[in-house]
Design a protein around this ligand. Structure first.
Ligand code: SF4
Length: 246
């Protein structure tokens, strides 16, 4: 497990909780707008924390923190993620997992084992455009063996599991889309709205440019344009709201 970042205290990553966030390197997507280019392409170069660093801090700060957010990269590419989360649970923390949804079997087994309390899952775009927006095309002939279609099938399975297979009395999920002017249109949201209709939480996050973006040159929509997408989605997903928009 490559631990490439550790935010010791955050009020932003775990809704309604003071949390710490662990960033794991590596991902099976290549979203061109990804903000974590270094974690994606050279994770070993940035693996500056050991698991013991994390657990020493979590033990020390138990009275101040209530949750741990595990983010990436894509955390579920690590087969030993369940063991890592079990150690966090042993310290009696709530756990939020950020995921692209490509490993539904792991999500289900983590849920069944009560090792996660919150999942935030990315919806990159409507199914017809997923390959382009998640960068599947870049993955052909790469070290990753699953084809783009299998990845999309897995994403669909995770969506279905979160909407229909989880108990809201003990578990929370959200879907979220980073909205990029060059990659998303009203048609994207028509597809997404039909797909995740009835989702309990859905956020539209504005793209933010930075020097760490995988493929520079993208732009954000204005707040008014994002509100227009949210209004369009609301008949299908009443919970939709904007996040991170000034
Ligand atoms: S934005 Fe895409 S490429 Fe970047 S970590 Fe998330 S899923 Fe992976």
């Amino acid at each position: 497990m490559l631990i490439c970042g550790f935010n010791k205290t955050t009020l932003l990553d775990y809704p309604e909780h003071v949390a710490a966030t662990v960033f794991l390197g590596g991902c099976n997507f290549r979203c061109p707008f990804c903000q974590n280019r270094d974690l994606l392409l050279n994770p070993a170069d940035f693996a500056t924390f050991t698991e013991e660093d994390i657990f020493n801090h979590l033990k020390k700060r138990r009275s101040m923190l209530s949750g741990v957010c595990v983010s990436g990269g894509e955390p579920t590419i690590y087969k030993n993620l369940p063991d890592f989360l079990a150690r966090i649970k042993d310290l009696d923390y709530l756990i939020k997992l950020d995921t692209n949804g490509t490993n539904p079997d792991m999500l289900k087994s983590l849920y069944d084992a009560h090792l996660i309390d919150y999942i935030a899952m990315d919806i990159k775009s409507g199914p017809s455009d997923y390959a382009r927006v998640a960068g599947f095309l870049e993955l052909e002939d790469s070290i990753f063996t699953a084809s783009g279609q299998n990845l999309l099938k897995n994403v669909r399975e995770s969506v279905d599991f979160l909407i229909n297979g989880t108990d809201s009395s003990r578990f929370t999920y959200e879907f979220r889309t980073t909205v990029v002017r060059e990659l998303h249109s009203l048609e994207s949201f028509r597809e997404i709205g039909t797909w995740i209709k009835g989702a309990s939480r859905y956020y539209l996050q504005s793209y933010k440019d930075s020097e760490h973006v995988l493929c520079p040159g993208f732009h954000a929509y204005s707040k008014a344009e994002l509100e227009g997408f949210a209004d369009f989605l609301r008949p299908m997903i009443p919970s939709v709201s904007l996040r991170g928009v000034d």
